[in-house]
Design a protein around this ligand. Sequence first.
Ligand code: ZN
Length: 201
Amino acid sequence: MAYELPTLPYDRSALEPKISASTLDFHYGKHHAAYVTNFNNLVKDTPLDSLSLEEVIKTTYNDASKVGVFNNAAQAWNHTFYWNGIKPNGGGEPTGPLADKIVADFGSFDAFKTAFKQAGATQFGSGWAWLVLDNGTLKVTKTGNADNPIAHDQIPLLTMDVWEHAYYLDYQNRRPDYIDTFIESLINWDFVAEKFAAAHA
Ligand code: ZN
């Protein structure tokens, strides 16, 4: 059964001026859409076609004969997760149990921000920065290309796309400016808190 490109949770111009409609046209409309199309073409009429994206990611990770499937499945998943982790007028600070857990595991909210910023800035080339639950502990990680925490038995709570296609039209080579904007005014902490609560359920 073909996997469908999920609808964006907001209008393509809703994140302006932090992320432009033109970036969304390419990033969501072309790049994300292409990962979905490629994934569907690769798994069509194979046993992988009946699995969820998460199952495909786990099943094909480290399988040399399935690199293309893994890359497109993970990129399809990563982008949907990325869109849901941000919103117009996002940012600020989390509250409740998630806020307490961040302080417990990182020392402070500022320490989390520094770690997340660092992960995004030091991911060489294309990839992702993540906030994950790893055996019950919050951690900041980074992955290259399509790689995804699900393949490493971690539970993703938030991701930041640091592929150039995520920021180049708006920030050119200034990845640190994109990262600051992402952290300060785009993160949808309600979404992160929801994922955190679900991981404990
Ligand atoms: Zn992307």
